[in-house]
Design a protein around this ligand. Structure first.
Ligand code: ATP
Ligand code: ATP
Length: 157
């Protein structure tokens, strides 16, 4: 029965898009690049519980993401040193992966396997009136992780 559910789930990956399973950007836990990594910061990040945290531009919105902070990047830091988030992201420079919201989930799984990444930003074209510019600007509308795809495979709905 479990096998049947998983095979059905795997087959359905080509019928669903990234946007169907992503976490919308307004629900994403982010930190700002200019924040100080003090006890309060450590507490908030620890409470949020996410292993991967998108980093936003100073003064930016949740969709203005400039980097990625891994929870594990913090283990060697002393909260008394008042290190700034950007110092850490500039040191590790974790690559940000970006995909279109219309990508099919089977292709998304391949992208994750190819890049050895677990999280990707999801973007959509910015609506600019009537214009249909093929090189239209894009904005981040969500994040997707490997877990979001695995859930589609193993979950009976
Ligand atoms: P891991 O299990 O590798 O420790 P995690 O628990 O931080 O990672 P995932 O298991 O990759 O996160 O994802 C679980 C769910 O949480 C997914 O729906 C994913 O989209 C969402 N998610 C991951 N990171 C964040 C974040 N920073 N803010 C909000 N949601 C997130
Ligand atoms: P992440 O990529 O989310 O940071 P990770 O690199 O710690 O996680 P996984 O990607 O889950 O680990 O697993 C990669 C490989 O490392 C797997 O083969 C897994 O079994 C192995 N692995 C994970 N944790 C440990 C550990 N503590 N000791 C030895 N091997 C581990």
């Amino acid at each position: 029965e479990d096998e049947k559910i998983m095979i059905e789930g795997a087959l359905k990956l080509s019928e669903k898009n990234v946007r169907d399973v992503m976490t919308p950007i307004n629900h994403v836990f982010t930190v700002c690049e200019e924040e100080i990594i003090d006890y309060d910061f450590m507490g908030r990040v620890s409470d949020a519980g996410y292993s991967r945290i998108p980093v936003t531009k100073r003064g930016g919105r949740n969709s203005d993401i400039t980097g990625l902070l891994f929870l594990r990047d913090l283990v060697m830091l002393d909260p008394d040193d008042n290190t700034i988030v950007s110092t850490v992201t500039n040191f590790y420079k974790h690559q940000l992966m970006t995909v279109d919201q219309d990508m099919k989930l089977d292709d998304m799984l391949e992208e994750f396997k190819k890049n050895h990444h677990h999280l990707s930003l999801v973007t959509m074209p910015i609506q600019t009136g009537t214009e249909t510019d093929s090189k239209a600007e894009r904005e981040t509308c969500g994040i997707i992780t490997l877990e979001d795809i695995i859930e589609e495979i193993i979950c009976d709905e």
